[in-house]
Design a protein around this ligand. Structure first.
Ligand code: SF4
Length: 249
């Protein structure tokens, strides 16, 4: 699926200008009241807002430059993260306001994130790479408990867990199956990977990438031919390509 990264970048810029517009509106309203204290407070707020605007603006510029050059700008990592963290909810809100569905914005955000991760030079050694997948990939009738230990899978081939285990073995990576965000966070804090290839739906991937902070997460979307959270599937080649990107083969 080809996902347009410019949707998310465009919404980021629009969000930035929306914030600036709100700040200017606030300034206008208050300066038309002749209270000196409120002017002083607002001037200070405006200076702080201006600095924030510049930082976030630089972050968006760095995101665009990284996408264009396919090379990361390490000194701007913090600004790019700040732009994403602060404007992401607003971008989703703005998107729905102008008729761009949330799923489309999430997809675009994941595509932008993947481009930024791919642009980094060295990400993880194979043994420090975690492949994190959702429980809904397991066949719903399978009796084996693979969330505690994925090796409980009998590799019958009814679902893609078998292929994912073989993929993890091939690249000496660690495979974990999570039932939700809490378990996923626990796996990450226990194992402390250098990078993660995460499989999930748009919503879970977007929030997981946001939660991960400085940890590089390459997202692969699952497909849901049977509806959400039930016997979902993932293209194994896409997961393998993500692994190869992370360990730079
Ligand atoms: S491949 Fe593993 S997890 Fe999937 S149905 Fe078979 S035994 Fe269960």
């Amino acid at each position: 699926m080809r996902i347009k990264r410019r949707v998310y970048v465009g919404l980021l810029v629009a969000s930035l200008f929306l914030l600036a517009g709100l700040a200017t509106g606030g300034w206008y309203l208050v300066t038309h009241r002749s209270i000196v204290v409120s002017r002083i407070i607002l001037t200070a707020a405006l200076i702080a807002g201006g600095i924030g605007f510049i930082i976030i603006g630089c972050g968006i510029l760095a995101i665009v430059l990284t996408i264009i050059r396919c090379r990361s700008i390490p000194s701007f990592d913090g600004m790019m993260r700040a732009a994403n963290q602060l404007l992401f909810p607003l971008a989703v809100f703005l998107g729905t306001l102008v008729g761009i569905g949330r799923e489309k914005v999430w997809q675009s955000f994941i595509a932008v994130n993947n481009t930024l991760v791919k642009a980094k030079s060295s990400l993880a050694s194979p043994s420090r790479l975690m492949i994190l997948v959702p429980h809904c990939l397991q066949d719903s009738e399978c009796p084996h408990k693979i969330t505690a230990d994925v090796n409980n899978c009998k590799k019958c081939g009814k679902c893609c867990i078998k292929d994912l285990i073989e993929l993890a073995e091939k690249y000496h990576a660690v495979l974990k199956v999570a039932t939700g965000g809490t378990l996923a966070r626990k796996y990450i804090s226990d194992f402390r990977p250098q990078a993660v290839v995460a499989v999930a739906c748009e919503r879970d991937l977007s929030s997981g990438i946001q939660d991960a902070g400085v940890l590089p997460v390459l997202g692969v979307l699952n497909s849901r031919p049977n509806g959400p959270c039930f016997n979902t599937k993932v293209a194994i080649e896409e997961v393998e390509n993500a692994i190869k990107t992370i360990i730079k083969i």
